[in-house]
Design a protein around this ligand. Structure first.
Ligand code: AVJ
Length: 323
């Protein structure tokens, strides 16, 4: 089953609007990182998660494989389980398997990427006693929808894994979790995955691998824009770059123009000029400390119930309760 947004013209218009706004604003050009995940982008991210330099996904999977029973024991039943950005669904398997040992339940992956949603559904289809209801919406719209379906007395366990929270700018992460909190009742829970601060060279390698998979993932955003908006980015004249911003504590992915050039958007009827070495900022990946997770939780109306940290790659899974 699926709860789908009405079809694609509206989302194509929104895509066009957001791309144009990000490229035409004064100062630093930006593109929203959520658009990295078209079918090829989602597949490239799956490949990133297998790279030796990118330990994040494997760390979280180790935690969930090892501690899902313990996590589930702390969550009241009956439970409904929405997930913000399910991706392939591979890590979620461990939690759903532990949950359905005690009750049958509904799982609601919330995703704007239709291809991610359908691979998640086929990945998890075989788990017994779990019915999967895909929600093709932005996170907060999807969560509002799922929360409105809650039967009286049911507990919500919201999953927000993979350190996707780190893609929000600092301050925006707490505002976003505050909005999530607004759809919950006291005692509902949020399982939050966050990548932790590590030595800078280790973080940079994770976002600039020698095989060039991350570069392909980043540049694919331009290929997607070419395809969907009939633009003419020449991908050979742009380069992937990653830097660590010491002030914000985030790895930033950029796309750098290797020359002065103009890109036309024929469908939209505008063009954008680039100076040599000018960049488009496509993603921030904030790295947390244990203290900053606690502060983030408190600021947004949650308290920390328990936390698990991987011993090979600093990554934290934190179970929060709505206060
Ligand atoms: C999927 C958002 C967790 O921020 O590390 C991986 C995306 N970007 N390599 C991250 C990503 C570049 C990833 N998340």
């Amino acid at each position: 089953m699926n709860i789908a947004e009405n079809p694609t013209t509206e989302s194509l218009e929104q895509f066009a609007r957001e791309i144009r706004a990000g490229l035409c604003q004064a100062g630093q050009k930006t593109l929203p990182s959520k658009y990295l995940y078209d079918p090829l982008g989602s597949t490239l991210f799956e490949a990133i998660s297998l790279l030796p330099e990118y330990g994040l996904t494997r760390a979280e999977e180790r935690i969930l494989r090892q501690y899902s029973r313990e996590i589930v024991r702390r969550v009241p039943k009956p439970a409904m389980v929405p997930e913000l950005g399910s991706g392939s669904g591979r890590k979620t398997r461990w939690l759903l398997t532990a949950l359905c040992e005690r009750e049958s339940l509904s799982y609601y992956p919330i995703e704007i990427s239709r291809s991610a949603l359908s691979s998640c559904k086929s990945e998890l289809r075989d788990i017994e006693h779990v019915s999967i209801v895909g929600v093709e919406r932005e996170y907060l719209d999807g969560l509002r929808e799922v929360a409105s379906l809650r039967p009286h007395g049911t507990h919500l366990l919201v999953l927000f894994l993979g350190s996707t929270i780190g893609n929000f700018d600092s301050g925006a992460d707490a505002r976003f979790l505050g909005e999530v909190r607004g759809f919950l009742l006291p005692g509902d829970s949020l399982l939050l995955g966050t990548d932790l601060m590590k030595p800078v060279d280790q973080m940079l390698k994770a976002y600039d691998d020698p095989l060039g998979v991350t570069a392909a993932f980043n540049l694919n955003l331009l290929a997607r824009i070419n395809q969907e908006l009939d633009a003419d980015f020449n991908l050979r004249h742009f380069r992937h770059s990653s830097t660590f911003n010491e002030v914000t504590g985030s790895v930033e992915m950029h796309i750098r123009s290797t020359r002065e050039q103009t890109v036309s958007f024929r469908r939209e009827g505008f063009s954008v000029t680039f100076r040599k070495d000018e960049t488009i900022w496509t993603e921030s990946c904030h790295k947390y400390s244990r203290e900053s997770i606690g502060e983030l939780a408190a600021l947004s109306g949650f308290r920390t119930e328990a936390q698990w940290i991987d011993d090979q790659w600093p990554f934290a899974e934190t179970l929060l309760f709505a206060s």
